[in-house]
Write a protein that binds this ligand. Structure first.
Ligand code: BTN
Length: 254
């Protein structure tokens, strides 16, 4: 009874006692003479130099949270379609956690997993391109599961344990995430990009709500209207629609 019920994601599971970063480890493995099979998952019990979005570091108490990376070879996606992989992975994580957290679960653009106004996890997808196509994608995922205390800087962090007052089995949640990601990945492979795009939008944090944002040192109240195919965020404010990339806009608390 293998809980990894997919065809390839998680079928080759490597659990490391400690590693700097599972993303770095997996990226380095790509230069081996015999590359790891697609769907390989590298999971770390202790990741001591985890990396996050915007050059941030990613901390997790050893043994308590999920920190892992998946190797995918989405050669059918062009460089312009990178954000569709982000969507598929986000949706996979979302579906795996949905039975536990229901409708308070959201995807905060571009790819944070949110419960109400708190961050439960995130992902760092590093694509290796070959010309105009993606050759490899190193999909790094960090989800806070059984950790209860976060360092004072991480005011916005939460975990399954903090929300539901219970401990969860890391391998079981890992398997659920892998199975769901595989399903969405196969949708992309079958060319159903629009299906994945529509689903992503329907689960977006703060969609069509008025909230505060900051860009270029300027604060404004705006409404998230959509995410462009390529991944830019569309926000309406001051009577117009503007598009932003990750570095250009910051979400503020109301
Ligand atoms: C973020 O929200 O900033 C992204 C966090 C991504 C963290 C994961 S943990 C496993 C993988 N290895 C890393 O070094 N980072 C990702």
């Amino acid at each position: 009874n293998n809980i990894f019920s997919g065809l390839f994601v998680g079928q080759n599971l490597v659990v490391l006692k400690e590693v700097d970063s599972t993303n770095t480890f997996l990226k380095n493995s790509l230069s081996n003479s015999k590359p790891l099979p697609e769907g390989t998952v590298i999971m770390a019990e202790d990741q001591y130099a985890g990396r996050g979005q915007r050059e941030n570091t990613w901390h997790a108490e050893p043994g308590k949270n999920l920190t892992f990376s998946i190797l995918l070879n989405p050669t059918f996606l062009s460089a312009q379609q990178q954000f569709d992989l982000t969507r598929a992975v986000s949706m996979g994580v979302y579906d795996a956690l949905y039975p536990l957290l229901r409708d308070s679960l959201k995807i905060k653009w571009p790819n944070d997993v949110y419960y109400q106004d708190k961050k439960l996890g995130g992902m760092l997808i590093e694509n290796i391109l070959q010309g105009a196509q993606i050759k490899h994608a190193v999909v790094g995922i960090g989800i806070n599961i059984n950790q209860e205390n976060f360092h004072p800087g991480a005011v916005n962090a939460t975990s399954l344990k903090k929300i539901l007052q219970k401990d969860y089995d890391l391998q079981y949640i890992l398997a659920e995430i892998c199975n769901r990601i595989e399903a969405y990945y196969l949708q992309l492979k079958a060319g159903k990009l629009q299906f994945v795009r529509d689903l992503y939008i329907s689960r977006l944090y703060r969609l069509n709500e008025r909230h505060w944002y900051k860009s270029n040192e300027k604060k404004f109240e705006g409404i998230i209207k959509n995410v462009q195919p390529g991944g830019l965020l569309m926000v309406e404010h001051d009577g117009q629609e503007y598009t932003y990339n990750l570095k250009e806009i910051e979400f503020l608390d109301d």
